[in-house]
Write a protein that binds this ligand. Structure first.
Ligand code: OAD
Length: 269
């Protein structure tokens, strides 16, 4: 493993050489936007019990309580804006032909920063799903007027279109992420504690298949010793520098889609 210190020439060289690049993010990438993580000092799972709020059983027992918690989180997220880490990822994507962004986050901040089609492994907090028909729809009203919200078509309860503990990941999202991990030449793993599988397995799948794997995190994680380099620090500081230096090195390559990394209007308000 390389020293946790900095962005070395070797690291830049390996990332530059990568034809297929994957970025995997967790809640740490949104922390500098003011969105709480799950396991950090101010983490959600330090204050709330996951089994009372983020399981199917909890929803069946008390849908109003679960929706009130999601409504609270939706309000926090709506007040947040993408930070320089989200923006750097979008900028990197706009210069790459083969690029996949895989996120465990449900906040939608990557899309608001200009990322084109993030693979959302754990769903999206701005969508809801009918518990009877399984159809998903955007639910942007904020704060929600009626809690729990109901399906306009059939009157059944809606649930947040997110993955709860004990539930499988959406198969198509996981397949895309798994393929991306297996076929990439390099992976950046940003702001995840790498404790929740199957997302936490993706860096190891990439490494096992020969990719160069670099993590960016304020602290070391269980995968730090298994990958190639750990850049210890805030994603919002490290990523913009890393992307600048990478693009400088690559001769300031023009974006493939001009303007595609520019911020979009917030769709979530
Ligand atoms: P965690 O809360 O487990 O981990 C957040 C990680 O971000 C930690 O490793 C922090 O050290 C790091 N971090 C915090 N601030 C950072 C910053 N400014 N820059 C870089 N790193 C920073 O969150 P996740 O790994 O995303 O799942 O958690 C994974 C899943 O567990 C979530 O998607 C959620 C949760 O239970 C479900 O709800 C299904």
């Amino acid at each position: 493993m390389e020293p946790a210190a900095g962005i070395t020439e070797r690291l830049l060289e390996r990332l530059s050489r990568a034809r297929r690049l994957v970025v995997l993010t967790g809640s740490g990438v949104s922390h500098e936007s003011g969105v709480p993580t799950f396991r950090g000092r101010d983490g959600l799972w330090k204050k709330y019990r996951a089994e009372e709020l983020a399981t199917r059983q909890a929803f069946e027992f008390d849908p109003e309580l679960v929706w009130r918690w999601y409504d609270y989180r939706r309000q926090l997220i709506a007040e947040a804006a993408p930070n320089p880490a989200h923006e750097a990822i979008a900028r990197l994507e706009s210069h790459r032909e083969h690029f996949d962004l895989v996120t465990q986050n449900v906040d939608g901040l990557h899309s608001r920063a200009g990322s084109r089609s993030p693979i959302e492994l754990h769903g999206n907090i701005w969508r809801a799903r009918c518990t009877r028909e399984g159809l998903t729809k955007e639910l942007k009203e904020n704060p929600l007027r009626d809690i729990p919200p109901r399906c306009h078509k059939c009157g059944a309860l809606l649930r947040p279109d997110v993955v709860w503990f004990g539930e499988p990941l959406p198969p198509s999202a996981y397949e895309r992420a798994d393929t991306a991990a297996r076929t990439c030449d390099a992976m950046l793993v940003v702001g995840t504690s790498a404790m929740v599988r199957p997302a936490a397995s993706l860096p190891l799948i990439a490494k096992h298949n020969g990719a160069y794997v670099v993590e960016i995190n304020v602290s070391l994680t269980p995968i730090s010793v298994l990958i190639d380099a750990s850049l210890v620090g805030r994603a919002g500081e490290i990523l913009p520098e890393l992307v600048d230096r990478l693009l400088d090195r690559e001769g300031g390559r023009k974006p493939l889609i001009p303007g595609s990394s520019e911020k979009t209007e917030s769709p979530s308000r």
